[in-house]
Design a protein around this ligand. Structure first.
Ligand code: ADP
Ligand code: GLC
Length: 485
């Protein structure tokens, strides 16, 4: 089969720059797609961290004025990824997070900064670079949402095929209508059939409306976002485009997340030999300053601490967790109210609850390798990656039955236990009460070591790699290209 060339337009890319799962996905897809005949080049803003990581860089184009300043487009490589980098210091040469100024608020010109990303995506998509002419332009989340709009209003008769992936519908990139002249779209783009969204300019809305295909990161989330409850104001549009919408569950990098070879954990283990796991549990208990006790079920949380992730439900359920005989380790950062509330729990139960506030990749591996259960009590979850890592490490996921969590964890209900296929625990709806009932179910099953071991084996042998998802994306690209011929 001939190679398909895809331009991925994205605002973060692991390991160069990451604020969440989006980076994990955009960073893993190119490697996984290479195995199935797709060459994916990632277009990314030249933030300082990106510029510093480039291993080779060749200027392939100059924009004399890219929304207020001169910019260079570099063809580059870094960390095994093939990149196009927008070196535009007036937009991207800023410290810290890709989105937030040092005080923690959005950069005031984010509308311009990410319009620029999308405009360059459309420029490359139009085939203006001799060196790289994509067949498909694949944009991720609101930051790349205008890509399809620039392509559409560019007016070329033979437009490049476009795919838009929603990683989180909660972030929509809505900006005041007044920005329109400064982002270089024609006045008639401000319409229902264009970028207009409830009187504002909607970047994600435009991308959803004007792309040939929409994907999101799990089949259940693909359904949820077409309902008024889950659609966050975009469900009508998504229902209208239901035929173009598909859910493809994410994978994880199974070479990075491999308990048999992970250099970040104390003792290696696999589904056949779990001895190392007990060592990791003791090390983890010591690291978090809680009792080193193999007999208690150890619950772990690795999460952004935001409303989406339901940390308040866990806070509310802490005494139930203690009453069920459990211990809890929390690694997370985000909302200071939640951070402080978890610190407060430690003060009340120092032998049972430990907390590290912060972002720490190495510690995340150790929590996965030593916890018996990983908690993901999300109110909504497009896919979720922590439960996939948990499956691989034999830490049974306890998840809210929403989005990708529903699609990747098999609940230990009677039927699944009888059939010997359970991999974790689900609860619904996402309330503290239901979470507490699930904690009680976990405690009951913890005493049945044989069943627990069986579940761990099931979890650890489940395929959570990128192989399946990559094949699905490749098939989708082929499908959308075939339609155009
Ligand atoms: P989201 O992108 O919504 O935050 P995901 O589950 O898709 O959720 O991805 C989160 C990613 O970030 C995972 O790779 C997870 O391990 C990681 N992560 C989240 N919080 C932390 C933390 N405090 N320390 C280390 N890794 C974290
Ligand atoms: C978003 C979602 C998360 C998903 C990730 C990668 O951050 O919140 O559920 O796993 O994107 O697709």
């Amino acid at each position: 089969m001939p190679e398909i060339a895809v331009l991925s337009v994205v605002s973060e890319l692991y390991p160069l720059v990451k604020t969440g799962g989006l980076a994990d996905v955009s960073g893993a897809l190119p490697g996984a797609l290479a195995a199935v005949g797709v060459r994916m080049v990632s277009l990314i803003p030249g933030y300082p961290a990106v510029m510093a990581a480039l291993e080779s860089a060749e200027e392939v184009h100059t924009f004399p004025d890219l929304f207020g300043g001169r910019a260079r487009l570099l063809h580059a490589h870094a960390a095994g990824l093939e990149l196009l980098v927008i070196d535009a210091p007036h937009l991207y040469d800023r410290p810290g997070s890709p989105y937030l100024a040092p005080g923690g608020v959005d950069w005031p010109d984010n509308a311009i900064r990410f319009a620029a990303l999308s405009a360059v995506g459309a420029y490359v998509g139009a085939g203006h670079l001799g060196a790289f002419q994509p067949h498909v332009v694949h944009a991720h989340d609101w930051q790349a949402g205008l890509t399809a709009a620039y392509i559409y209003y560019g007016g070329a008769a033979d437009r490049v095929a476009t795919v838009m992936t929603v990683h989180n519908l909660a972030f929509q990139g809505k900006f005041p209508a007044e920005i329109l002249p400064s982002i270089g779209l024609p006045p008639h783009a401000f319409s229902l059939g264009g970028v207009e969204f409830y009187g504002s300019v909607g970047y994600l809305k435009a991308g959803l409306l004007l792309s040939d295909r929409i994907t999101t990161v799990s089949p259940t989330y693909a359904l949820e976002i077409t309902t008024p409850d889950g659609g966050m104001g975009l469900d009508g549009l998504l229902r209208a485009k239901a035929n173009a919408l598909v859910g493809i569950v994410n994978g994880i990098d199974t070479s990075v997340w491999n308990p048999a070879t992970d250099p970040l954990i104390e003792a290696s283990f696999d589904a056949k030999s779990m001895k190392g796991r007990a060592i990791n549990k003791a090390v983890l208990q010591r690291a978090f300053g809680i009792d080193v006790d193999p007999s208690r079920p150890l619950f772990g949380l690795v999460s952004r601490l935001s409303w989406q992730k339901g940390p308040d439900l866990l806070l509310e359920s802490a005494s139930a967790l203690i009453a069920a005989g459990g211990q809890l380790v929390v690694l997370g950062s985000g909302d200071h109210t939640f951070e402080n509330a978890f610190r407060g729990l430690v003060a009340a139960h120092p032998d049972r609850i430990g907390v590290v506030v912060g972002y720490d990749e190495a510690l995340a591996h150790r929590v996965q390798a030593g916890s018996d259960v990983i908690l993901v009590p999300s109110r909504f979850e497009p896919c979720g990656l922590t439960q996939l890592c948990a499956l691989r490490y034999g830490a049974l996921p306890l998840v809210a039955r929403v989005g990708g969590l529903a699609d990747t964890v098999i609940d230990a209900n009677e039927a699944a236990l009888a059939a010997g296929v359970a991999t974790g625990f689900q609860f619904a709806p996402t309330t503290a009460d239901m979470l507490q009932r699930a904690l009680a179910r976990v405690a009951a099953l913890w005493d049945d070591r044989e069943r627990w071991g069986r579940m761990q084996k099931n979890a650890m042998t489940m395929d959570v790699s990128w192989a399946g998802p990559a094949a699905r994306y490749a098939a989708l690209y082929r499908e959308v290209l075939a339609e155009r011929r």
